[in-house]
Ligand binder design. Structure first.
Ligand SMILES: Cc1ncc(C[n+]2csc(CCOP(=O)(O)OP(=O)(O)O)c2C)c(N)n1
Ligand SMILES: [Mg+2]
Length: 275
């Protein structure tokens, strides 16, 4: 990637954070921290790698994104709206009665969402099934999925991980959002999941570890995963929960699913605009 391309995607990440804060600000409460931590991964995927068509969200053979940490739906909606899957103004209906944008991702309500998620562990296991289906159909799709580090405590993750390697699902590329926090504390204090790289390798996966906010590093890891070698790939993203919004980063121990006042919203939006 050249410097201009990197700069454009960094700007895009700021825009996506802006749209996401604006949407959560409009409803007054939401999953702020874990939405902010995966912005770079989503932007790099949708702007550099995924074969999808906003005009035809159900296109045959399209690449899929299963947001297993479905509570970060608001970040995904911002990326999808920005790509043109639906009108950006709809973002302001997030989690309001009658919305097509519920707090957790729902494939039956939102164009561009490929799996209904929110029950931790389940989305990841669904992504394994989707990748197996694609492999059997030989439609050439890549299936991407994003799990949380706290989510890695779910037994379902490891059953599905074992099966994905057994089925040689080289078309499956997963990310762990290693933001070090879960709903009510540090992952290492609640139920430590480390050493994650060794665990995934032992389960038969390729593993890459990158700075999850470094556009170029995330992009390179996804490209490496494209060199298929008979194994699924896990990309571990070292991230910050609440990234780039000062009041969230400052309350890093408590930014999971929290209220956001009109003043906090205005302050965060000004900050993201560079004011
Ligand atoms: C099976 C299940 N148990 C509990 C919850 C409630 N819950 C939602 S998010 C969350 C914390 C997840 O932590 P992590 O995976 O680290 O998410 P992130 O830090 O990326 O937001 C919990 C316990 C859930 N959605 N599903
Ligand atoms: Mg976490």
């Amino acid at each position: 990637m050249n410097a201009d391309e990197i700069k454009n995607l960094q700007d895009k990440c700021r825009e996506i954070r802006y749209l996401t804060i604006e949407a959560i600000g409009a409803v007054g409460v939401g999953h702020l921290g874990g939405s902010m931590s995966i912005v770079e991964a989503l932007v790099v995927l949708y702007h550099r790698h995924m074969n999808v068509d906003p005009a035809n969200p159900k296109m045959e053979g399209r690449d899929r994104l299963v947001l297993s940490k479905g509570h970060a739906g608001p970040a995904l909606y911002s990326v999808l709206a920005d790509k043109g899957f639906f009108d950006k103004e709809l973002l302001l209906t997030l989690n309001q009665p009658g919305t097509m944008l519920p707090s957790h991702a729902d494939m039956n309500r939102t164009p561009g969402v490929d799996m209904t998620t929110g029950s931790l562990g389940q989305g990841f296991s669904c992504s394994v099934g989707v990748a197996l289906g694609s492999k059997l159909r030989k439609d050439g799709a890549t299936v991407y999925t994003i799990i949380g580090d706290g989510e890695s405590q779910e037994g379902l993750i490891w059953e599905a991980a074992m099966f994905a390697a057994h089925k040689k699902l080289e078309n499956l590329v997963a990310f762990t959002d290693l933001n070090k926090m879960q709903i009510d504390g540090a992952v290492k204090d609640v139920n430590d999941v480390e050493p994650l790289p060794e665990k995934w390798r032992a389960f038969g996966w390729n593993v890459y570890e990158v700075d999850g906010h470094d556009i170029e590093a995330v992009d390179s890891a996804i490209s490496l995963a494209g060199h298929r070698n008979g194994k699924p790939t896990m990309i571990i993203l070292d991230t910050v929960k609440g990234k780039d919004v000062t009041f969230l980063e400052e309350q890093w121990e408590y930014n999971h699913n929290i209220p956001i006042s009109a003043e906090q919203t205005a302050g965060a939006l000004a900050e993201l605009k560079g004011e």
